[in-house]
Design a protein around this ligand. Structure first.
Ligand code: ATP
Length: 255
């Protein structure tokens, strides 16, 4: 097993003249729950799209579980489950048919899809609608289906862009529990979020990105300490990304 599940080296992405991500260096260990925080437009989604192989970097490299994604994209992608912030879901299939479609993309055995698919639908509490069309699902039920399908092929890395958007409190609680459970079973989780409370409850470590650069990284306790032992992480976050004293945080290193 490789100790590092994600390794980003001097990663850069330019849109025309504009560099959305600049020289990003980041390592996430196996089994870690890593939170990627930052204000709107900081470069979170751009970074995530590069990690999951949807977008090519302008420069730098990405290793997933020791595999260079530019050299063996399929092998790297087979290790990743991805939950986008605005997932597309085909409506004219049932929940279970959707699971078969996703499992097929990963060349899973149909019996395995059926068995694990049902277990996951049960876990996400949507097994009672497994044979109903997705068009009749509520927004929260669709999100649960997306999450279930993302871990169907037993990925070692789960990448999640804004996990809590649109979930009710019960759904959000379920997701937090799922992340912890998955991590305890050795799955690495990389999630972007605006919800500081979620980061504080779920993440082992966070990185804060601003204007395409990491401005702070470490455990939430480390960051709080470096920001002057503030009571609430929210205050820390605002201080770290705020207009006040950006320079103070550039020295914050991994704890
Ligand atoms: P949010 O929290 O608002 O989702 P983010 O941190 O995910 O933001 P990105 O979506 O990665 O940020 O965007 C980073 C920057 O790159 C922004 O300034 C955005 O306007 C710009 N950008 C993103 N996609 C494109 C694109 N396809 N073409 C040009 N600029 C883009």
């Amino acid at each position: 097993m490789t100790a590092s599940m994600i390794k980003l080296t001097d990663l850069r992405k330019e849109y025309g003249q504009f560099a959305a991500v600049k020289q990003l260096n980041l390592e996430v260990k196996s089994g870690e729950v890593f939170g990627f925080l930052g204000p709107n437009g900081a470069g979170k989604t751009t970074t995530i799209k590069m990690i999951v192989g949807m977008m090519q970097p302008t420069a730098g490299s990405i290793e997933i579980d020791g595999i260079d994604i530019s050299k063996d994209r399929d092998a790297a992608k087979s290790r990743i489950g991805f939950i986008p912030d605005r997932p597309y879901i085909y409506e004219k299939v049932t929940g279970m048919e959707f699971m078969h479609f996703i499992g097929g993309l990963f060349r899973m055995d149909p019996d395995d899809i059926e068995k694990r698919g049902m277990e996951l639908l049960r876990l996400f509490e949507i097994d009672h609608v497994s044979n109903e069309l997705v068009s009749g699902y509520s927004h929260g039920m669709r999100q649960r289906l997306i999450m279930a399908s993302a871990i169907l092929h037993r990925p070692r890395l789960l990448v999640v862009d804004e996990p809590m958007v649109g979930l009710d409190p019960r759904g959000a609680k379920l997701v937090k529990k799922l992340f912890r459970q998955q991590a305890d079973h050795g799955t690495t989780i990389f999630m972007s979020t605006h919800t500081l409370e979620v980061a504080e409850q779920v993440c082992d470590r966070v990185g804060i990105i601003q204007h395409g650069e990491i401005v702070a990284m470490g455990s939430i306790a480390d960051l709080k300490r470096s920001a002057g032992a503030l009571e609430k992480f929210e205050e820390t976050f605002l201080q770290l990304t705020g207009l006040s004293d950006e320079q103070d945080v550039t020295g914050v290193v991994e704890g």
